[in-house]
Structure formats: C-alpha cells, structure tokens
Design a protein around this ligand. Sequence first.
Ligand code: LLP
Length: 429
Amino acid sequence: MSVWPASTTPLPHGGLAVGGVSMAEAADRFGTPVYVLDEGEVRERCRTYRDAFPDGEVLYAAKAFLSRAMVRWVQEEGLGLDVCSAGELELAVTAGFPPERIVLHGNAKSPQDIETALRLGVGRIVIDSPSETARLAAAVGPQGHQKVMVRVVPGISAGGHEKIRTGTDNQKFGLTLTDGHAQQAITRILDQPQLELVGLHCHIGSQITDVKPYVAALRRMVGLMVHIRETHGIVLPELDMGGGHGVPYRPGEPALDLTLLARKLRTELVEGCTAAGLTVPRLIIEPGRAVVGPAGVALYRVLAVKHTGDRVFVAVDGGMSDNPRPALYGVRYAPRLVGRASTAEPLTTTVVGRHCEAGDVIAADVRLPADTRPGDLIAVPVAGAYQLSMASGYNLVGRPPVVAVHNGTARLLIRRETLDDFRSRDLGD
Ligand code: LLP
C-alpha cells in the first residue's frame, strides 16, 4: 500500500507530482526544507471520517497540525475541533471556526486557557484533574454556564510508543476509574449548577492500529455511564472516545481500519446501552494524525554525503527542529529521491539533519541511490502530523514554510521563519 497522497503521480526524469504540482518545482519556488500539504487529501480524509461516523461527531485534533487554512478545510468538511491551548483555540476562532463546535482539552490548563475558552464561548471543556472543577466553576461564575466532559482513564492502553500511551493510570492524563477518582470528579461536577456535565471522554493512546482496545475501552465507559445513572439518576448524552487512529509511515505497515472501527464501536455502544436500558449517547471521535499525516510531504535538499566506516550519511537542510519524531519515538520513515532519475544501485543510508547532535536522524537505514549527492532533493511522505506542530527553534535554523497544493496550483500557507524573526523576538539587554 502506498504511503503517498492519492494524488501522487510520477513525472518524467524521476519527478513526482502531488496535488498536480511538481515537487521539484515547489522546492525551487519556496526553498527547502518545505512542507507540502495536499488539500484534496485532507478534505478527502475528513469526508471518509464523516461517512464512517454519519450520526457521530468527528473532531479534528488540532495538535497534529493547525493553520488558518486547515481550520477552514476542516470546517467546510463538517468536522468539529479538539484544541488543547488558548493558542490553538484563539487561532481557530479568529479564523472563523464556530466556538460551540470546539472542545478544549489539557491536563494542566493555564488561567489563560480557561479565560480564553470562556471568553470565546468554547463548546465543551474536558475536566482532567480533581482540582479543575472548583477552578472552572469559579471562573464561570454563579450566573454563568459551561458544558463540560470528564476525561476518564479506562484502564485500557494502546499505542505505537510508550510516550503516547494514555489509557492506564501510570501516566498524567485523566481521572482513573479503578480508584474512584473519575466517580468523585463526576459527583463534584454535578454539585456545581453552572457546570453542565454532557459526557465522558477517554483517549487511550496514539498510532493504534487495532480496533480491539477501543472496543474494550468503550465497554468500560458504558459501564461508567450505567453507574452514573444508578448513582445520580442522569443519562449523559455524549461519549467521546478520543483519537489515536494509526497510519502507515512505510509501505507494508498496518493502518487502523476505520470502517471496522466505526462498525464495532457502534455495535458495542448500541448493544451495551440497550442491555442496560440507557439511551444511546452520541459518539464523538478525535482523529488528528489520520486526517493530516498522510496528506503531508516534507522536502529537503541534500547538503552533504559522508561515508564513514560502514555507514553512509545523507545530510539534509532540515532535521530534528522540523521533525523530532525519530529522536523522540524512534519512528521510521521511507524517504525517496525526487526530481532526478538515477540508475545507480540502491545503498543503505541514514538520512540525517543539520543539527548539532548525533541523534538528529530523519530516517535510519533507508535505501537511496548510491549516487545521491549534494543538491539532490529528498521527499519524506506522511509528514503532515506532529512534525511542524512539534517544531522547535533549535540552533536557530528556523521553521520551514507550509505550502498547500491542489488541482495543479501551489500556495504558501505559512511562511518560513527568518533570521529577522529571531532577532525581533530577542530584545537585547
Ligand atoms: N484526543 C486527545 C485528547 C489527544 O491527546 C490526542 C493526541 C488526539 C485526540 C489525537 O490523536 P491522533 O489521532 O493524532 O493520534 N506527538 C505524537 C502523538 C501525540 C498524540 C497526543 N495526543 C506523535 O508524533 O506520534
């Protein structure tokens, strides 16, 4: 299975087009490194989600990647938004996204997060710790009203790496079921007349490719809904099962089967609720990576090729400041040479960045033509999620621009960070 956007087509002489735009031309026009986002692919992925969950609510998890254009695409395709800071929230709302269709998350919401959420009228706030209820109720004020959910730790964890597994009680998110923290938080929320508890939330991890942990988590969440009805006499109208839907980064890797997920969750929800005599709540999901990850391609220019011992390093003009994922999670990518045909034998190489540390790797042990040389262009697929959104200012290299490609045209969405930007933020002494 290909890991490139569906619009990807080969061009003569080793070229590659995405969204009808030649990657070599995009690199020349916008410079490198550059992140290319296929608008059609993002929109198509939003539609696939809407079709798979026709009666549910699909919230795009903005932490994967956010820009004003992205906000508009997601809105036009009928999705809601999941944000986790005043920054994400403010950007979305000022770009025209309806605040009532936004959910605010965060294990440690700052006063600014809460103030911004209340000022902009965010739809729901997800309570994540015991002290948050009183804090939020005070901020809302006795005359105010705010819809809230509770983030529950269902005791089921899954995900592609330990750092992104969030479903059990050995990590910082949510309120645990097993020791009664979730139940206590619910009682406290129901005691606050200005807070309206509309549902439960859980997010068990990220880069999950198996449907089973979702079904197991949903079963426990329905169990808690039954308990809430028995204890408090209320039936919550919403159940948010979070995101975490896995995508392949390299050909042959597994993906989460979205149709299967939708069917299994629906069946389990309807059967569980019917058996307990509960009204079936509205199902909410929060995909980030699966919406935008496969729509992105990162383009780098080769700056140096080094043969040392038995290793070959292909060093490019970006690295861990635009993609920290290999260094953080040891993930593997499948880059390729573009813009030049090569008949040279493939050679096992490691594509590294330009930063001042040995862990600055983009793709370990990948096959590239043996004549790969400075000036060549390297394209990395599945670059749309958690790369630029996690980009840093390391070595003052500057964050790359984002270019949207669609129907044969390319346009700049976010400009490159420049040397002027660094200087203007630094006020001197
Ligand atoms: N909902 C909540 C509450 C989340 O915390 C997350 C991701 C999502 C939804 C969306 O998850 P997705 O569908 O994108 O997997 N930086 C890591 C991923 C961290 C995910 C954090 N939370 C990576 O690069 O793999």
